[in-house]
Write a protein that binds this ligand. Structure first.
Ligand code: NAD
Length: 403
């Protein structure tokens, strides 16, 4: 599979504008610490790194997440910064070795911008790594959960994952997860309207996903291990169902828990075909199931016109489980967020990095209220209440260009 098949066509790096992020960057006093960034290297991220470099923030190295990074953007960024492209299993060790080397070269501790808690894993393996780290700015829930498990953290970790501002992004991600899963279903030749479809995990992304699936005339069944979330789903008008009831009623199951949620025990007695799509980071949602099924699985590709969906199929005694994109996030086949919302996320990430660079308080905390309100005001005055309309009317600017 080529990189393009894995991640979809890229939008052009030069055409992503991040005016609010740029505004934050222009207000930063002298930056001293070297910076290592772990990211999905896509056109939007490439633009973010460019904004940081132009503001004299010392980004030395970018570690590209393998399942989502784009060759053209990696190549373009490598003109300005050192790019590392390890495999998924080597991410933590590679990033950790690089931080040590950077800190030694520069004589200063390193600010890390992490996505998914790769450094939390490295620090658990080797706590002495902490001596090379000034602090960490973390973007995702997956990362937040991993940093929560770190004991005795001696530097600041500022996360934006559960900020009120970041929750706005989940509405778009959930919708993208739903649309990508339904599109894959349509490609296979199955109905994606008027069906019974399950969403597992009724958090920020699962709830947005469920609303979108329902919005195109499907009946949505919800399972969440947290009873309060199950009540919330019922109050929002969804069917709440046990795993047994889900498997008895639904052929498409979309996992949005960020945990190893759907396991082989769900399918003990089934026949026929089931399709599983993940909205969570990495390949975590169906990992337990995929590990269990390793000896009886095979990979194939659904091909319809220009669309290619890689699938891992697990054969049961009577049934078959089709894990779309091998359990990687289903929405990563194309862009999920409009650029004005990407601008909102990167502005938060940059404020988190500044709070790490300038702050002294050690341990894990969320982005400050002042930081969030400052970004919200800047976003409203830049993109405005009609920001979406003006961005979308300017669509041609962002269009994919023929190469
Ligand atoms: N696909 C993307 O583009 C993308 C973007 C951002 C974040 N994410 C990831 O999506 C995942 C979900 O994020 P979120 O913000 O919705 O998290 P969240 O904490 O708001 O929601 C997760 C929900 O899953 C439930 N849950 C946990 N374990 C479960 C289990 N075993 N079975 C059933 N329910 C279970 C929790 O009770 C919670 O309600 C995270 O891994 C996050 O990092 C994905």
């Amino acid at each position: 599979m080529t990189q393009e098949e894995a991640t979809g066509p890229s939008r052009e790096c030069d055409h992503v504008e991040l005016p609010v992020t740029r505004q934050v960057a222009s207000s930063i006093p002298d930056w001293t610490s070297p910076v290592l960034v772990v990211q999905h290297v896509r056109p939007d991220t490439a633009a973010f790194i460019q904004v940081l470099l132009e503001a004299n923030i010392k980004v030395s190295t970018v570690v590209a997440i393998p399942y989502s990074s784009d060759d053209a953007c990696v190549a373009k960024l490598s003109d300005s910064v050192r790019m590392l492209c390890p495999g998924l299993d080597e991410m933590s060790a590679t990033a950790a070795a690089e931080v040590r080397a950077l800190s030694q070269q520069d004589g200063r501790r390193v600010v890390v911008q992490d996505v998914g808690g790769y450094f939390a894993d490295a620090l658990r393996g080797d706590p002495t790594l902490g001596a090379s780290i000034r602090g960490i700015a973390e973007e995702t829930k997956q990362g937040l959960w991993r940093y929560r498990n770190l004991e005795n953290c001696q530097f600041p970790v500022v996360q934006i994952a559960d900020s009120r501002l970041k929750q706005i992004e989940a509405r778009y991600v959930g919708a993208a997860v739903a649309l990508s899963a339904l599109e894959a279903t349509r490609c296979i030749g199955n109905a994606s309207i008027g069906e019974r479809i399950a969403v597992v995990g009724y958090g920020d992304i699962g709830a947005a996903c469920a609303r979108t699936v329902r919005g195109i005339a499907n009946t949505v069944y919800i399972w969440d291990t947290d009873p309060i979330q199950r009540i919330a789903a019922a109050a929002d008008g969804f069917m709440i169902a046990t795993p047994e009831e889900i498997v008895g009623n639904c052929r498409l199951i979309i996992g949005c828990t960020g945990k190893e949620s759907v396991g082989q025990e769900w399918f003990a007695d089934v026949s026929g075909d089931y399709y599983l799509a993940s909205g969570s980071s990495r390949d975590i949602e169906f990992r337990r199931l995929l590990n269990w099924g390793a000896g009886r699985s095979q990979d194939y590709t659904i091909s319809q016109y220009a669309r290619r969906v890689p699938v891992t199929r697990i054969d049961l005694d009577l049934g078959r489980l089709h894990v779309l994109r091998g359990g990687l996030p289903i929405n990563f086949e194309s862009a999920s967020l409009p650029y004005d919302i990407i601008d909102l996320v990167f502005a938060q990430l940059l404020v988190a990095m500044v709070e790490v660079e300038l702050g002294d308080e050690v341990g894990l905390r969320g982005l400050s209220d002042d930081g969030q309100h400052g970004i919200a005001s800047a976003w409203l005055s830049t993109h405005g209440a009609t920001g979406h309309a003006s961005i979308r009317n300017d669509f041609a600017k962002y269009a994919v260009r023929p190469s």
